[in-house]
Each structure stands twice: as structure tokens, then as C-alpha cells.
Design a protein around this ligand. Structure first.
Ligand SMILES: Cc1ncc(COP(=O)(O)O)c(C=O)c1O
Length: 338
């Protein structure tokens, strides 16, 4: 039986033996009392990495984004975001459901960026007919695409000049930092708050860190408790996050080069359009091949996300360079057997 190679997401990684060892050895306390040394260390480390005053360990990227919106906005305020961003599309509209916060989403461009002019037009004047434009929520990377730093800066400058606050969904911020060769602090600088996921490319089993000012994080800590997210000896999980920040950032370059090699290998078959951005490869096979090709791949132990007409393959910690060679071979087998 072939080892399965699972490209569906970089969230699928198994904690390594070293990470499990850190978990076993973690010094813990009651985090609701603020007494878990491992959680405190993770929060400080992440805040320092992102150049912010404070951090808060949260259960997920969704919780980090929700706490940011609840922290920055009041009922009747709105956040402005991109139409394909996770915060709007895939977080069950938590800000509206739980916070009475309205959303306005803007059509994004080729690189999934929010156009500056659209943002300018979307920010509402103070008028009783409109919600109060309070927050700009951006994302980096977006479907693997690194957002231009000068563009992020221009959007945040415009938002700040108009009195808005800014939040970055940095689920894969470290992929952007590694791909661009710039620091996480630089990427985070234009933003008032950032949510960084530990459980995606960084390979931890659970958690994100929300970072911002001391005042903002105090408010987020209160709201996290309100949402039932205050946890006790969470240091066993924070230890994995710390391990991930210490050991798994630089190695994202391996995921990117694996994705590039996979894209090049598949492009050499000359049968379908291929796009690759950081650790994500998107393939668009001719419609008649989708079902039989997926069956062939599944039979050979390869999984990916199929969202016809495009399929997404994400490289991560549990996909080796050898796996990439095998995968290209399995695709070749399919097309040469026709
Ligand atoms: C860009 C982005 N933001 C936020 C999230 C939410 O993270 P979580 O699944 O930890 O809630 C995801 C999850 O895939 C994501 O891709």
C-alpha cells in the first residue's frame, strides 16, 4: 500500500515527535488566572515577532479574527474587506451574528487585492443612513498569493486617514514573509492587529495568536472568556506553538520550493493550466478528465481539494521532496495511459 500524500491543506500536519516531546515537558498553570508560563511565553514571543505590544493565544484563526472585529467595532459599525477573504466567506459571519457588526466587501483584483479606489469609495461619510465604517480587514497570503507590501501600506494609510482601524488575517503571514524575504514585523507594521495561525504551515496542532496594543488585547481577553475560550493548562498546546515559531518558519521555504517543483512537473505534461503561489498549486484539468483523474489519484493515495474546474494542492510539513517526484509520476501515468 502506498503512503498517502495529502495535499488538501497545510492544516493536516501531524505534530512531530519533537513537538510532542515539548508538549510533554511544558510547564503549565491556569491561563484564566494568567499563570501559564508557556502560554505567557508564546504570547510574548508572537507579539515581539509581529512588532506589537501584546498577544493572546486563541483556539483558531476564526476566533482571532472574530475577537479582532469585536474588539475594534461596536454594534452598528461595519468592517470592509475583500469578497474572497476568509473572514467574510468562511467564518459563518460571526461578527454580524455575535457582534451586530455589518460587512461591506469589495471585488478584489488579479492578486486578490482590495483596490485602493474601491476602498476610498466604500468608506462612508458620517450619515445616519449608513453604518459607521470602522475597520479594514485584509489577508496575507490570499489563496497563496503574497500581497504587495506597498499596496497593503497604501490601503492602511487610506483607512487610518479616514479614522478606521486595520486588521490583518495573517493565517499564512509567515509564508508571505519567507517568500518575500521580509520580516513579519514589517508586514504587520501598517496594521493595528494581526491574527497569526500556528496550525497551518507552521505545523502546530492547535491555535493562533492575536496581537495588538495592550489595551486591545485586554479587551480581546475579556471577549475570549465571554465566548467560552478561556482555557486552563493550555501550555501543553502553547508549547507546540512556541516550537513552531522557533523551528518551522524558515522551513516554509521548503514547502514553497516543493510547490514550485510540483507546478513545473505538472506544467511539463502540457495538458492543463497550472498556477503556483507560495505553498499552493492550482490545476485546472479539462472537464472530461476531472472524475477519472481524481479516481486515478485517489487510487494512488493522493488527495487534494477539488473545487471544479480548479483543484488545489497545498504543500506542507508532511509532504517531502520525494513525495513531489512520486506525485508527478502518478499524474504522468494517468495521462500516458489514455
Ligand atoms: C486565510 C485564513 N484565515 C483564517 C482561517 C481560519 O483558521 P481556523 O481554521 O484556525 O479557524 C483560515 C483557515 O483555513 C484561512 O485559510
Amino acid at each position: 500500500m502506498n503512503k498517502s500524500i495529502d495535499y488538501r491543506s497545510d492544516t493536516l500536519t501531524q505534530p512531530t515527535a519533537e513537538m510532542r516531546e515539548c508538549m510533554a515537558q511544558a510547564t503549565v498553570g491556569d491561563d484564566v488566572y494568567g499563570e501559564d508560563p508557556s502560554v505567557n511565553q508564546l504570547e510574548q514571543t508572537a507579539a515581539q515577532l509581529l512588532g506589537k505590544q501584546a498577544g493572546l493565544f486563541v483556539s483558531s484563526g476564526t476566533q482571532g479574527n472574530l475577537l479582532a472585529m469585536l474588539g475594534h467595532c461596536q454594534r452598528g459599525d461595519e468592517y470592509i474587506s475583500g469578497d474572497v477573504y476568509h473572514v467574510y466567506l468562511s467564518e459563518a459571519r460571526g461578527a454580524s451574528v455575535l457582534g451586530g457588526i455589518a460587512s461591506t466587501v469589495l471585488a478584489t483584483g488579479d492578486q486578490f487585492e482590495v483596490p485602493v479606489e474601491s476602498l476610498r469609495q466604500a468608506i462612508k461619510p458620517d450619515n445616519i443612513h449608513y453604518p459607521i465604517s470602522r475597520l479594514l480587514c485584509l489577508e496575507n497570503t490570499v489563496h497563496g498569493r503574497v500581497q504587495s507590501q506597498s499596496h497593503l501600506q497604501a490601503l492602511c494609510d487610506l483607512a487610518h486617514d479616514a479614522g478606521l482601524l486595520t486588521h490583518l488575517d495573517g493565517a499564512r503571514l509567515m509564508n508571505a514573509a519567507i517568500a518575500e524575504g521580509i520580516s513579519a514585523t514589517e508586514i504587520s507594521a501598517p496594521f493595528d492587529s494581526i491574527s497569526l495561525c500556528l496550525s497551518k504551515g507552521l505545523g502546530a496542532p492547535v491555535g493562533s495568536v492575536l496581537c495588538g496594543t495592550n489595551e486591545f488585547i485586554d479587551k480581546a481577553r475579556r471577549n475570549r472568556k465571554l465566548l467560552g475560550g478561556g482555557t486552563r493548562q493550555a501550555g501543553v498546546l502553547a508549547a507546540c506553538g512556541l516550537y513552531a515559531l522557533e523551528h518551522n518558519i524558515e522551513r516554509l521555504a521548503d514547502d514553497h520550493s516543493n510547490a514550485e517543483r510540483l507546478a513545473k512537473g505538472l506544467a511539463s505534461l502540457q495538458v492543463m493550466p497550472i498556477e503556483q503561489h507560495t505553498n499552493m498549486v492550482f490545476i485546472s484539468p479539462p472537464a472530461e478528465h476531472v472524475a477519472p483523474m481524481c479516481e486515478h489519484l485517489r487510487g494512488s493515495g493522493i488527495s487534494m481539494t477539488v473545487d471544479t474546474p480548479t483543484m488545489r494542492m497545498v504543500t506542507h510539513l508532511d509532504i517531502s521532496s520525494d513525495d513531489i517526484g512520486k506525485t508527478i509520476g502518478i499524474f504522468k501515468d494517468y495521462f500516458t495511459s489514455l
